[in-house]
Ligand binder design. Structure first.
Ligand code: 5GP
Length: 207
């Protein structure tokens, strides 16, 4: 039976393992679609245009805002990030579940605009572990890592605005938890298409 599409917002400090956790969940939920964000940040080694991000100039980003093409956008440690509106709305209209990796500012904009969205916060087990992961990733210099660590502490203070909290101490466990959240949210009565239910249950409405 078709269910209404909805949005999963996944936030958490960079280095929390959002990509790894999502990648473990994708093969298990066929109608789960990733919203590729637009950013003014330069690509990291190995990042692919249109897969990891749409990499754009500041001017191009301004133009997207001007044309109202972004569902939300925010600045993060010196760069801008935003969610393409059409993709998300189309996927939801088709009954898919859209997952997006966005920061706390973006999450609060989504909560305002789409109150039925599900907000999930993912964290590494500790500050020390996050520092270790960011350093080992080797993709950012020392200054950027320091800023991101500081940012992580600030972000954690916003946890109360989220619906779910996952600690990424073990990848498979964290992925399983995210999968359960998505499956449970999909089973909400509010996401049922009542017209379809009525046509399946012919006796509906009979005394
Ligand atoms: P990174 O540069 O490590 O890929 O991402 C930095 C931060 O930007 C992360 O916290 C990530 O969740 C956030 N981010 C990525 N895409 C978007 C987006 O479209 N909107 C917002 N608001 N934040 C985003």
């Amino acid at each position: 039976m078709r269910r209404k599409g909805f949005l999963i917002v996944l936030s958490g400090p960079s280095g929390a393992g959002k990509n790894s956790v999502m990648n473990a969940v994708f093969p298990t939920i066929p109608n789960l679609k990733y919203s590729v964000s637009v950013t003014t940040r330069p690509p990291r080694k190995g990042e692919v245009e249109g897969v990891d991000y749409f990499f754009r100039t500041e001017e191009e980003f301004d133009e997207l805002i001007r044309q109202d093409k972004l569902l939300e956008f925010a600045s993060f440690v010196g760069y801008r990030y935003g969610t393409p509106k059409d993709f998300v709305l189309n996927q939801i209209a088709e009954g898919n579940v859209v997952i997006m990796d966005i920061d706390i500012q973006g999450a609060s904009q989504i909560r305002e605009k789409m109150p039925e969205a599900v907000l999930v916060f993912l964290v590494p087990p500790s500050w020390e572990e996050l520092q270790k992961r960011l350093t080992h990733r080797g993709s950012d210099d020392h200054d950027v890592i320091a800023k991101r660590l500081q940012q992580a502490v600030e972000e954690l203070k916003h946890i109360v605005h989220y619906d779910y909290f996952i600690i990424n101490d073990e990848l498979n466990r964290a992925a399983e938890q995210l999968r359960h959240i998505i499956m449970s949210e999909a089973a909400r009565v509010s996401r049922i298409d009542l017209t379809e239910l009525q046509s399946l249950w012919k006796g509906w409405g009979k005394p």
